[in-house]
Design a protein around this ligand. Structure first.
Ligand code: G3P
Ligand code: MG
Length: 381
């Protein structure tokens, strides 16, 4: 609707210039590296703000609430941002609080939240609306023998652990703490304790901690039968096997923990290659659900940016700028937009990708985010 000012901007009814494109920026390795601004990042976001070109931050990172994370980024990159400008790895988990119906709602169910520093992720989950959140640290402090080797971290866990809502009582499963869902919100800091607790629950009787289902995963049982018959479902928020941190080489991410846990599961339930498939949900880039969540958020922001208008010109292009071919490029390339937007991936050299033929082919490769945006602005003319 309205006059077309070249391909990039369309004048809507109230004669405001509305761009028919937007940007999605990965954070680690694109805007920040080890929490420090990457050269050109601040200037780039300032330019888009000046030209009223919408953008969203789309990260597999997390561990803090969106408001807290954007406040930090806003300060580091000197750009005004609010919680709606970012989608973190665990942001979509907020939709599980109410679920799609009474039975799927987890709001009042007892959920395990693993990962992150201290109980930061518990507090994020509570800010999302989860009312009964337990951490592996709580479980350890209530039962230190659950993992004999975390005693070295006792002083750490003591700083944030809370009493369990119910005791762990192997003798009386019905009375023992029951976990209804397990979430890995961010990279676990104590892979050993988190692996042990999650394995205990995957092998439990109906999610009652300290019990063992009569069929689940015991090599001494005839069929190692693993029945998803009430064990809590396991949700991972970030598939990244590697990510760009301070060290010059990529570091293991939450995907590393997932693969380690998967190895323990396979060995427990039948051995390599014979293991029983571990039922789990993994969200985050490159998966469709996370890109859909980001696109919905982007459309809400675009409407807000233009006075709540609902008849804005179609969002034709979204330029996804990332450093990790496996999550950012693969995700944008394979995303099938629900509104017919074309997501175009741009790979930068300031993070995980360090040259050569990337496993997933981007629209273009740029030295850094500033050059990537310059390329996109040219392309959208
Ligand atoms: O855990 C953070 C890491 O997985 C990468 O985050 O911002 O590059 O998607 P990001
Ligand atoms: Mg990255």
């Amino acid at each position: 609707s309205g006059r077309n000012l070249g391909r990039r901007f369309i004048q809507n009814a109230s004669s405001t210039r509305v761009p028919n494109f937007a940007f999605a920026f990965d954070i680690d390795g694109v805007l920040l590296r080890a929490s420090k601004p990457i050269p050109g990042a601040a200037e780039t976001l300032a330019l888009l703000k000046r030209q009223n070109i919408p953008f969203i931050l789309l990260t597999n990172g997390g561990g803090k609430h969106e408001t807290e994370r954007v406040a930090e980024i806003s300060q580091k990159l000197n750009v005004p941002l609010d919680a709606t400008d970012i989608v973190q790895s665990h942001s979509p988990f907020a939709e599980l609080v109410k679920g799609t119906d009474e039975t799927s709602a987890l709001e009042h169910k007892c959920v395990l939240v693993a990962g992150g520093d201290g109980d930061g992720c518990r507090r994020v989950a509570e800010q999302y609306g989860f009312k009964n959140v337990v951490t592996p640290g709580d479980i350890f402090m209530a039962n230190p023998s659950i993992w004999p080797f975390s005693k070295n971290f006792y002083d750490y866990y003591k700083t944030f652990a809370r009493p369990l809502p119910k005791p762990v009582d192997p003798r009386d499963p019905a009375k023992s703490l029951k976990i209804d869902a397990m979430f890995v919100f961010n990279d676990p800091r104590d892979w050993a304790l988190d692996t042990q607790v999650i394995m205990d629950l995957l092998l439990s009787s109906q999610g009652h901690l300290g019990t063992l289902s009569d069929k689940n995963g015991r090599a001494d049982l005839p069929n190692h039968g693993y029945q998803q018959d009430g064990q809590p479902h396991l949700y991972f928020s970030n598939p990244d096997l590697w990510w760009a941190a301070a060290y010059p080489l990529p570091r293991l991410g939450q995907g590393g923990f997932r693969e380690a846990l998967g190895g323990v599961w396979a060995a427990t339930t039948g051995g390599p290659g014979k293991g029983i498939e571990l039922k789990k949900s993994v969200i985050g880039k490159p998966y469709q659900g996370t890109y859909e969540f980001a696109e919905r958020q982007m459309l809400r922001n675009r409407s807000t940016a233009f006075g709540g208008a609902t008849n804005l010109p179609h969002l034709q292009h979204v330029y996804m700028i990332g450093d990790n071919p496996e999550s950012d490029i693969r995700g944008a390339n394979s995303y099938r937009s629900n509104i017919g937007s074309s997501w175009q991936s741009i790979l930068v050299r300031t993070g995980v990708y360090s040259g050569g033929e990337p496993a997933w082919t981007p629209k273009t490769i740029a030295d850094d985010v500033q050059k990537a945006v310059q390329w996109a602005l040219e392309a959208s003319k």
